[in-house]
Design a protein around this ligand. Structure first.
Ligand code: SAH
Length: 481
């Protein structure tokens, strides 16, 4: 069920609550806070409800529900313990186009009452669409702790200034920047200390000095390997503030979804063998948007400085006088190792790790194979899957034992992750048998064998014994034999 969220202005509007018990009382208290004109229909009332009736804060229709109680009301809430009565109220309300909420009965309700975090005038409302109200409540408790009362004060203050802010900063992007600076600046802390005059002055100052067209900037953000949980908090913040997101194809949809809703998203980079844009075009796009005063996030898979051409992009930005920042990301080697249960270093097996790229013939030919073939080190090889047999042959030819374990991780940290493990001797053959595709990372070294026992994420690794098992030929099965 997908609900349309709305906040209702019930000030002075008649609302009926059927049921005078504790649940009815709770509903009525919230309705009164919103200024509704509440009538409670019930045979009997709780002491609190009676008191509200005595003080004429609500009206009481004593007795059993009658259809004409629905005359002229905007909403009705049924909060009795009589299921048949609930069904009747729901049907009658429906027929009259009056919104009805039946307590604990999502199917009979035409509106739901969310769990609320009240920072008036700021209100956060959470609904599970009737599926799991308990979840909504737990989430509310967590958010309660996150959203301090200052947000409400800030909302009051800005409400008073709204017309002036719009007049001073007619441009939406400029206004957004003003609000971002306000929220991150000293004003909130002044409000927290109840220094209201100082907060007001600081806000005025910020408004006066707000640049209509500030210099644009570029933040190079590492998006990590796919799991959105691996994005850093700084990365998330940059995404929240970005006007434009220039992202690589490898960046996962879940990470992209964290960008501001109205940010312009532009896919710029290539996947192996499928060039969508050249590096020059990427540079031109960054320059174009930054020069227009936009806050650009250049979102790259993994870490921007690990085989990501981040260095070239910064050199370009520097040459053109564009301000930049860099937010590191979890690079594929770290993520794939972690999500496959492979410690990259281990006291018994490897004292160093090398990050290597073998994307094309050129990079394979220029590698120092003698050094790469040395023992007691782990290789993390970023690669297109085509170079596997060259890696295998070169390592063995330069002295690495054919029995050295490897792990090949496709789509590391993503739900579709697959891990193939084996030894160098059968690397290319096994990768082909399991149809390993890009993006995939190769880990070579004794530690790779640990995936066999330490794996914890997704499907268990496909081990050597699986080769030749008919059910697993060319497969992506999760069965381990
Ligand atoms: N800057 C990136 C690397 C870009 S090069 C980083 O720091 O991770 C692209 C290569 O990274 C791919 O060919 C693949 O070898 C590796 N890679 C990226 N994401 C991956 C993933 N989720 N699983 C496996 N390998 C991945």
């Amino acid at each position: 069920m997908k609900l349309y969220p709305l906040f209702a202005d019930l000030r002075g509007r008649p609302v009926l609550v059927v049921g005078g018990g504790t649940i009815g009382e709770r509903k009525i208290a919230a309705l009164m806070e919103a200024g509704a004109c509440v009538t409670v229909g019930a045979v009997d009332l709780t002491p609190a409800l009676r008191e509200w009736v005595d003080h004429q804060r609500i009206t009481w229709r004593a007795g059993r529900f009658e259809e004409n109680w629905l005359d002229d009301v905007w909403l009705v809430i049924a909060a009795t313990n009589d299921a048949a009565l609930h069904a009747r109220i729901a049907a009658l309300a429906q027929a009259r186009r009056v919104f009805v909420n039946v307590v604990d009965d999502a199917a009979l309700s035409s509106f739901h009452v969310p769990a609320v975090i009240d920072r008036a005038p700021l209100t956060v409302a959470i609904s599970s669409g009737g599926h799991a109200p308990m979840l909504a409540r737990v989430l509310r408790e967590r958010l309660e702790a996150l959203i301090d009362p200052v947000w409400g004060l800030l909302a009051w203050m800005l409400g008073d200034m709204r017309t002036r802010i719009r007049a001073r900063l007619p441009d939406l992007a400029a206004r957004r920047r003003f609000y971002a600076r306000l929220i991150d600046g000293p004003v909130r802390s002044l409000l927290r200390r109840e220094q209201f005059a100082a907060a007001q002055t600081a806000t005025e100052h910020l408004l006066e000095s707000a640049d209509d067209r500030p210099a644009g900037s570029v933040v190079l953000v590492g998006a990590g390997p796919g799991d959105p949980g691996l994005l850093t908090l700084r990365g998330l913040r940059a995404l929240n503030e970005a006007d434009v997101v220039l992202h690589d194809r490898l960046v996962s949809a879940q990470v992209l979804a964290l960008a501001r809703r109205d940010a312009e998203r532009i896919e710029v980079a290539k996947q192996a063998g499928n060039h969508h844009a050249t590096q020059e075009q990427i540079h031109a796009l960054m320059l174009h948007h930054a020069a227009a005063g936009h806050r650009v996030v250049r979102l790259k898979g993994g870490d921007p400085f690990v085989f990501g051409r981040g260095g070239e992009e910064l050199e370009f930005l520097r040459r053109h006088g564009i301000a930049y920042e860099v937010v590191p990301g979890v690079t594929a080697a770290l993520a794939c190792a972690a999500y496959a249960g492979i410690p990259l270093t281990h006291r018994d097996h490897a004292q160093s790790v090398r990050l290597v790229t073998a994307h094309c013939k050129h990079s394979i030919d220029t590698l120092d194979w003698r050094a790469l073939a040395e023992e007691r080190q782990t290789l993390a090889i970023y690669m297109g899957t085509s170079g596997l047999s060259a890696v295998q042959q070169n390592l063995i030819r330069h002295g690495r034992a054919a029995s050295t374990p490897f792990a090949l991780i496709q789509n590391g940290s993503r739900p579709e992750q697959r891990v193939v493990i084996g030894t160098l001797a059968d690397l290319a053959e096994r990768a082909a048998a399991h149809d390993i595709r890009s993006p995939a990372l190769l880990i070579v070294g004794e530690v790779a064998a640990l995936a066999g026992t330490l794996a914890w994420f997704g499907h268990p690794p496909l081990e050597a014994a699986t080769l030749g098992t008919p059910a697993l030929n060319g497969c992506n099965s999760s069965v381990r034999y």
